[in-house]
Design a protein around this ligand. Structure first.
Ligand SMILES: Nc1ncnc2c1ncn2[C@@H]1O[C@H](COP(=O)(O)OP(=O)(O)OP(=O)(O)O)[C@@H](O)[C@H]1O
Ligand SMILES: [Mg+2]
Length: 326
């Protein structure tokens, strides 16, 4: 068995969409481009990046809700595409996902008990008595009172609903939890409670997370390693402090400066919005980068190691943020 619970090798995903006004005219969206990453047992791996950069698409590829156009997703070293149906069923137990919106993630006609029982029915061979016992255990684990077992989603607060979604995801004893912005829809005090719950679960049960968030403070609070996604590509990856304190990609630096600005420090970075189409040639950030040079327009930079474990896809990575030079 490898130390990696999850490995992505050159994973790409494109969608074909039909043009609204031009019938028969197809448009291709390259949502994820050549992404390679590993998540180890028990680690919290953060994924940040602007809206539309492909984070949720990557999350859906990992839990096999979608198939990659090319490349491989390996769970415990085994390619999902080559798994036999029985292995896919057991793999589905091990990879669970918590979505951003706890309002739409639950069926309004199902009680909390039924929502948590569903994955137990589908993915385990537990008896009715064992399922009921497990539901009570899960309610306790996520800090919900037993009386809510018979409640419907409309009778719950947003934080309670997200706890139900987490209990449901934990039900089949997964080893990897993919969290796609699980706290974005919640207010700050509930956010903190859910983040602490996720951290405690990781510590007590040795779960690994792939944790997606827009919020650098949340990523900083929770993650051990971090990757930055932009226009479908990973442009930087490293330990939490390598990326969040010493980010070397100009785009990562914009994210850090924007977070500092909103926390009351520094100035808002100059970053033009992403055009709908990424440049065909060269670096995917060159049309928005203040440091771009001729080579950036010509040549696509590969993700290369700056320091052990710290990888950056930039021809001219910025030097340490602390000395203020670039
Ligand atoms: N089913 C689909 N069909 C066509 N295009 C899609 C589909 N799903 C995603 N896309 C496109 O793929 C790109 C990446 O979308 P994705 O939802 O993965 O981004 P994201 O990083 O999760 O954004 P956000 O932070 O806003 O949630 C976007 O351009 C989106 O429009
Ligand atoms: Mg998303």
């Amino acid at each position: 068995m490898t130390a990696d619970v999850l490995m992505l090798e050159n994973v790409s995903k494109s969608y074909r969409t039909v043009g609204k006004w031009q019938y028969g005219h197809h448009h291709e969206v390259l949502a994820v481009r050549n992404v390679s990453l590993c998540v180890q047992y028990g680690e919290i791996y953060g994924l940040i990046g602007e809206s539309g950069s492909g984070k949720s698409t990557l999350a859906r590829l990992i839990v096999a809700l979608e198939q990659p156009t090319s490349g491989s997703v390996l769970i415990d070293g085994v390619n999902i595409a080559e798994m036999k149906p029985i292995a896919v069923r057991s793999m589905r137990r091990e990879m669970q996902i918590v979505f951003q919106d706890p309002y739409s993630a639950l069926d309004p006609s199902q009680t909390v008990e039924a929502a948590i029982e569903e994955p137990l029915l589908n993915l385990t061979a537990d008896s009715k008595a064992r399922r009921m016992q497990r539901i009570l255990e899960l309610l306790h684990e996520v800090g919900l009172p037993e009386r809510l077992a018979r409640a419907y989603p409309h009778q719950l607060s947003g934080g309670e609903r997200q706890r139900v979604c987490i209990a449901r995801a934990l039900a089949p004893h997964p080893r990897l939890l993919v969290c796609d912005e699980p706290v974005s829809a919640l207010d700050k005090s509930i956010q903190a409670q859910i983040l602490n719950l996720l951290r405690d679960l990781q510590r007590d049960q040795g779960l690994a997370y792939l944790f997606i968030s827009h919020d650098l403070a949340v990523i900083n609070h929770l993650c051990t390693r971090v990757a930055v996604m932009l226009r479908g590509r990973i442009v930087e990856e490293g330990d939490r402090l390598q990326v969040l304190l010493h980010g070397a990609h100009p785009y990562t630096r914009c994210l850090i400066e924007a977070a500092a600005y909103f926390a009351g420090n520094g100035v808002l970075p100059r970053l033009t919005p992403s055009a709908s189409k990424a440049p065909e040639n060269g670096c995917i950030f060159h049309d928005r980068c203040l440091h771009a040079q001729a080579r950036c327009r010509r040549e696509t930079p590969s993700l290369r190691e700056l320091m052990p474990g710290h990888r950056v896809a930039c021809h001219f990575p910025l030097s340490d943020v602390r000395d203020g030079s670039s």
